[in-house]
Write a protein that binds this ligand. Sequence first.
Ligand code: ADP
Length: 182
Amino acid sequence: MRLVIVGPPGAGKGTQAELLSESLGIPHISTGDLFRANISQGTPIGVEAKKYLDSGNLVPPEITISMVRDRLGEPDAAKGFLLDGFPRSVEQAEALSGILTDLGVSLDGVLSIVVDEDAVVDRMLARGRADDTEDVIRNRMRVYADETAPLLEFYADDIIEIDGMGEVADVQQQILTKLGKA
Ligand code: ADP
């Protein structure tokens, strides 16, 4: 399957995507993880991306889109993939459509994890990632509302809504059921 998972910061996208990629046998492709790996390895992408991650702003589209294009072209993504953290704007969604057209494939669905945004701030503060400070979280929430939430309309016909406020295992079960894979 070819899936995208969207949701506000702290919605549990990464956790759910990791579990789902195991049960479906498809790679979990997280742009956040790819950027963090580049940063820790000190690559040119990492050097450029660091200031954006540190402030909670979006990494510029030309860097992000070419990184995703390269990753989706790798052999393991041929059988399917679960994209987490991309697209994060309508511009990126349009770029993804072009990449998928070039690869001759299409998306099977867009999982939208719905949470109470105030409630998930505590989850993020507990996680303790470098960009999980209150100011940066607030900015990521604002960027989500301005840039990413419009995707829900862009993908309206493909959205599979998931209630993300339950226990990890229950949310996962809900996803599998809605995908017809339970
Ligand atoms: P979260 O969903 O908790 O905000 P991510 O790991 O998905 O965490 O993203 C962390 C940061 O990585 C973002 O705040 C942003 O700076 C950068 N990033 C991730 N994906 C993208 C993307 N598609 N476009 C631009 N920047 C991105």
